[in-house]
Design a protein around this ligand. Structure first.
Ligand SMILES: CC(C)(COP(=O)(O)OP(=O)(O)OC[C@H]1O[C@@H](n2cnc3c(N)ncnc32)[C@H](O)[C@@H]1OP(=O)(O)O)[C@@H](O)C(=O)NCCC(=O)NCCS
Length: 166
């Protein structure tokens, strides 16, 4: 078990549904966290489509967020982000726990996602959580200098009691 503090133990942090009024801060954080960030339109469309979207916030800062698309028997994690100043403190795992729990509530059989091949931090988080690699999407992401980067496709079975923090 990790000695890191979990956000759930920090009463000042709150997880709640993302709304349109969050998008200025979300888009700012997105630009800090990614070389190729989602646009405001991606978030607006996700909210309009009724995707599952939550923010993790402290009284004075946006700590992170996720967006996930429900499908038939599955939940597709589209975006999970922790603000650079808050990374490495267990918030990514806490957000992932919430996504997995939401998937179970929706009776999804699996949670799946794509991650950049070069994103070692995120891949490590998912692998430790129990995700398995199930494929590769070649040239899926834009990359520097007009190049493309492969996506690793990962899935987590959401049978009851599966996907608990290792
Ligand atoms: C990936 C991300 C969500 C992880 O969130 P986080 O709050 O930093 O991660 P946590 O503190 O919960 O750590 C969870 C795991 O991530 C990995 N990790 C965290 N910080 C790390 C670091 N500095 N170096 C390497 N791995 C690290 C570890 O595997 C850690 O598990 P461990 O404590 O058992 O070793 C966050 O770094 C982020 O938002 N990155 C930019 C956006 C992004 O890449 N999102 C994912 C797109 S698929």
């Amino acid at each position: 078990m990790s000695a890191r503090r979990q956000p759930a133990e920090q009463p000042a942090l709150r997880l709640r549904a993302m709304t349109v009024s969050d998008l200025d801060r979300v888009v700012d954080l997105e630009a800090q966290a990614y070389g190729f960030p989602w646009s405001r339109g991606h978030f607006t469309d996700s909210l309009a489509a009724g995707y599952l979207a939550q923010v993790l916030e402290s009284p004075d800062a946006l700590v992170g967020y996720f967006v996930a698309m429900p499908g038939v028997d599955e939940l597709h994690l589209l975006n999970i982000t922790v603000a650079p100043a808050f990374q490495g403190r267990g918030h990514g795992r806490a957000l992932l726990a919430e996504v997995a729990e939401a998937g179970r509530r929706l009776k999804a059989a699996q949670l799946w996602l794509e991650v950049r091949e070069s994103n070692e931090r995120a891949r490590r988080l998912y692998e430790r959580w129990g995700f398995e690699t199930i494929g590769l999407r070649k040239g899926y992401y834009p990359a520097a200098h007009g190049q493309r980067e492969h996506a690793i496709v990962m899935r987590l079975p959401l049978a009851p009691a599966a996907g608990e923090a290792p």
